[in-house]
Design a protein around this ligand. Sequence first.
Ligand SMILES: NC(=O)c1ccc[n+]([C@@H]2O[C@H](COP(=O)([O-])OP(=O)(O)OC[C@H]3O[C@@H](n4cnc5c(N)ncnc54)[C@H](OP(=O)(O)O)[C@@H]3O)[C@@H](O)[C@H]2O)c1
Length: 453
Amino acid sequence: MFALTTTTMASHTVTAAHLAGHIPPGMKVTEAATFPLAFVTVHHSLTDRAGLQAGETVLVHGGAGGIGLAVLQHAQHVGAQVIATAGTPAKRRLLRHLDTDHVLDSRSLDFAEQVLHLTAGEGVDVIVNSLTGEAASRSLELLRPGGRFIELGKRDLQANNRLLLKPLLDNRSHLAVDVNQLITGPADRMRRLTEDITRHIHPGVYRPLLHSIHPAARLQEAFTLAQHFRGIGKVVLSFEEHPPIRPAPAPLQLDPHGTYLITGGLGGLGAATARHLATLGARHLTLVGRRGGSTPEAAALLADLRDQGVAVNVHAADVTDPEALRELIDSAPVPLRGVIHAAMELSDVLLRDSTDATFSAALGAKAQGAHLLNALTRNHDLDLFVLYRSISSLLGLPGQTNYNAANLYTEALARSRRRHGLPGLAVGWGPISETGYAARTYTEEYLGRQISA
Ligand SMILES: NC(=O)c1ccc[n+]([C@@H]2O[C@H](COP(=O)([O-])OP(=O)(O)OC[C@H]3O[C@@H](n4cnc5c(N)ncnc54)[C@H](OP(=O)(O)O)[C@@H]3O)[C@@H](O)[C@H]2O)c1
């Protein structure tokens, strides 16, 4: 079968019958996998929406991609001419080899003049577009009267970008096609589409698109290829080769005779970490925060830990103070085995309003603290050196430049430690709704939106 489904990265899946069609005997599943998305898009766009006719001309950008190659098959079947653009000489050679009527370079905006030249100044009847910005508006101007512009890209639509309407004079249409909406929309429409496509597959009108096959175990290589549009046609994941089976890692066992130091360990995520380390076997914890035992959450935490037989040393100290840090590391009753650095201070401010003080505040606890912990524990035989960082340094949240800088420092430090054969892990947390700064500061509804985003 070929099928559309929302869980395609799997060896087995369940989908509605109206989203699946039979493939001819002997066809490989890796070939069939090239059909659904590309041909549902193209068949719906060119048959139901644009009504491409024999003798008409269609312009498709990215002609060597899955959509482009499907447009070529469909247009050749109905007897329409194809002008395709592609970004590399190899892709353009391939399109010529597949008897594309005209092949142009998609990397230059000259394609518009070339299309006009090829069509004696008249333009084309149908455009299948996935370009954005200037290239998209140049394309729209290439429609001849009665022409249909099919928008497959979502970026301009989602950004609510403006469209100049003059190019739509003389019965030209602008049509947006979104396959996801087709899949989740009325079953009857999709059933008819799937049946139409199956009818075109069996006599060989629609043939498997060119594709490269990647074993599921090398998923990353497949994604990289798809992400950079380097490939030709479709990128197919195959489950025929079994992924290597690795033994599950043994559950982490902490040393009951070692000390684990948690900065920021008396509240928020640090306190949750202290509880977790206790369940993993830690029996000696050193917890530090500037407020020490007077941190609001400390009393309940310490009572819980002591109930579990964990000996806890509580320090009121600033992790940016090397002497205080040295003292508390040296005072560990049993050898130090692990460090978890959760201390942080936020000093959110827009970059234009930033001062030395706002930067120092955010860099202090997190980055300078990490630097000192690294330097002061070099002579200790550690099993763990974990730095808590935030996903915000990947997303670049506004007002958090200083925090992001501190987070990136922790990541670089973890990498540098690993290069030197030392334990080092920077954990990039997303917003946490149960405990810590975000839980204290934001509403559940806001956090829910952030977490799902
Ligand atoms: N909560 C989240 O949603 C979230 C998301 C992503 C990443 N993270 C990361 O997780 C870690 C913990 O966050 P959290 O939400 O648990 O924060 P939190 O509840 O605000 O706790 C931070 C702790 O750090 C201590 N601290 C701050 N400056 C210090 C300093 N100079 N010296 C010693 N201790 C200091 C604070 O205690 P005192 O004020 O008493 O010093 C406080 O207990 C942070 O590294 C953060 O970047 C959290």
